[in-house]
Design a protein. Structure first.
Length: 164
């Protein structure tokens, strides 16, 4: 039923909580391929040039923000190495794996890539944020769930709390 599974990973142990589920679904559904994807956000840079404005001068319009595409670089290489380590562990279990590093907004890129790649299911961890943390950080998993045309399986990441 699920021939191609898309698994977004952000490098965190919380995101990796989906991996046991992915392995079981891949084996149980005779999945042909698991696609591990990591999305690196674009770097936004503003002009570093500062200008002193005299009191008699009109206030200039703000300069546009320049988006700097990071196609190659340290973050991309780190993501590739990370995904390859995960992929190697899955290959040892007999699962065919492909990796992909994308650039852009994580939720948008994951949803768009899943559709373009003809994936059958997205398996993603929900970090379980709530309240102010969720409002400030947003929820990539929730946004993928809302935007995706591909079915999404969200796995709640269990966070262990220190003992008192």
């Amino acid at each position: 039923m699920y021939k191609r599974l898309l698994v977004p990973l952000d490098g965190s142990k919380l995101a990796e909580c989906v991996l046991p589920h992915v392995s079981e679904i891949a084996k149980g559904c005779a999945t042909e391929e698991v696609v591990l994807v990591s999305v690196t956000e674009r770097i936004v840079a503003a002009s570093s040039e500062r200008k002193v404005i005299q009191p008699t001068e009109p206030i200039p319009a703000p300069e546009p923000v320049v988006r700097v595409p990071v196609i190659v670089g340290k973050m991309q290489r780190q993501a590739e190495r990370y995904l390859n380590r995960i992929a190697n562990r899955m290959v040892k279990k007999g699962i065919k794996v492909r990796t992909e590093v994308r650039l852009g907004d994580p939720a948008d890129e994951i949803a768009k890539f899943a559709e373009e790649d003809s994936d059958d299911l997205i398996i993603i961890a929900s970090h379980g944020r709530s309240g102010f943390s969720r409002w400030t950080h947003g929820s990539v998993a929730e946004r993928v769930f809302r935007y995706s045309k591909v079915p999404v399986l969200m796995v709640r990441a269990l966070v262990s709390t220190p003992s008192a």
